[in-house]
Design a protein around this ligand. Structure first.
Ligand code: NAD
Ligand code: LMR
Length: 327
């Protein structure tokens, strides 16, 4: 039996937490032979609701779940953590952009970044889900300067999954046949689902879907606005699909990527593809099971270039909006 891995989850009593914790405790996050200890972080007013979540986790009798630590103390919450999933924050309402949340959510990530640096295990890796996730990740990362920059991630996998489903529906293909679809840039309405490099059953997407106008008029706006469409329909933001995407992200990070595929996650940019160094920018990624790398050397046409610069500009703007939270 392997030693248990400590996994910290903030916002554990929230919507996403409710779907996510069951997936972690059942072994879907880190694998069927990896025991876990859940460190569940909430704010004081939500501790009562968290008690109920803890009871439900106990009632599942998951063999891999070796301990549960519900807490509103950040030191205790991140103690020994090898994974931190930062979900806890306020979701947007209809009519808002995600960056409108920076004023209320941004400051959460200064204290959490510091607490991760001071308390987590030396192999800590952090995935930020709470919006606006790229810039919140930047805030946490910059407040934890001793944690290597390649251990910080912000979630764009939900956008990738959405994009793949839209392509599969349009082509009448199985979603599993859609590969190499990467989201570039920000998890926001400027994100760019780059379909030029994607394939369906091995065929380039622009050939598999011979409808040029559909990509600009329908596909890209649908993916960019999907979060808002769900809020409009449900009155609440996406939760089960977001939890699923968090599981997919961690799985993709810790599993070698197939040679004909890639996945999307926002990482610290070192200037790849001419993007401003220091931003948390989503790229096409691959993993060898231990380390991640950005897939380099892709041809970027003029249409794509304009899109990847537009989403970079928005991230630069968000960075300037939180200058007071960056040490
Ligand atoms: P929710 O309101 O249901 O739950 C949020 C939880 O976070 C609440 O229980 C709240 O008490 C807790 N919380 C608030 N501040 C906290 C803090 N400082 N420390 C710890 N916990 C705190 O919201 P939700 O639907 O679970 O969404 C959570 C976040 O995830 C939102 O910001 C939402 O926009 C974002 N989100 C991101 C993606 C993505 O693809 N990146 C997808 C869906 C939702
Ligand atoms: C999503 O993409 O569903 C989330 O980021 C929630 C939102 O605010 O759109």
């Amino acid at each position: 039996m392997k030693a248990p891995v400590h996994v910290s989850v903030t916002g554990a009593a929230g919507q996403i937490g409710y779907s996510l914790l069951i997936r972690i405790a059942s072994g879907q996050l880190l694998g069927p032979d990896q025991p876990v200890i859940l460190r569940l972080i909430e704010i004081e007013p939500a501790m009562k609701a968290l008690e109920g979540v803890v009871m439900e986790l106990q009632d599942c009798a998951f063999p891999l779940l070796k301990g549960i630590v519900p807490t509103c103390d950040l030191s205790e919450g991140f103690s020994n953590a090898s994974w931190a999933l930062l979900v806890g924050s306020v979701p947007r309402k209809a009519g808002m952009e995600r960056k409108d949340l920076l004023g209320i959510n941004g400051k959460i990530f200064t204290g959490q970044g510091k607490a991760i640096q001071e308390n987590a295990a030396s192999d800590i890796r952090t995935l930020v889900v709470g919006n606006p996730c790229n810039t919140n990740c930047l805030i946490a990362m910059d407040n934890a300067p001793d944690v290597p920059k390649d251990r910080w991630f912000a979630m764009t996998r939900l956008d990738e999954n959405r994009a793949k489903s839209q392509l599969a529906l349009k082509a009448g293909a199985d979603v599993a046949s859609v590969k190499k679809l990467a989201i570039w840039g920000n998890h926001s309405s400027t994100m760019y689902p780059n379909y030029f490099d994607a394939t369906i059953d091995g065929k380039p997407v622009p050939e598999a879907i011979a409808d040029e106008a559909w990509f600009a008029d329908d596909f890209i706006p649908t993916v960019q606005q999907r979060g808002a469409a769900i809020i409009k329909a449900r009155g609440l933001s996406s939760a089960a699909s977001a939890a699923n995407a968090a599981v997919d992200t961690v799985q993709s990070i810790i599993t070698p990527t197939e040679s004909d595929n890639c996945f999307s996650v926002a990482v610290h940019s070192n200037g790849e593809y001419g993007i401003e160094p220091g931003l948390i920018y989503s790229y096409p990624m691959k993993s060898d099971g231990e380390n991640l790398s950005i897939i380099e050397g892709l041809d970027i046409n003029d249409f794509s270039q304009e899109k990847i610069k537009a989403t970079e500009a928005e991230l630069s703007e968000e960075k300037s909006m939180v200058a007071d939270l960056l040490p």
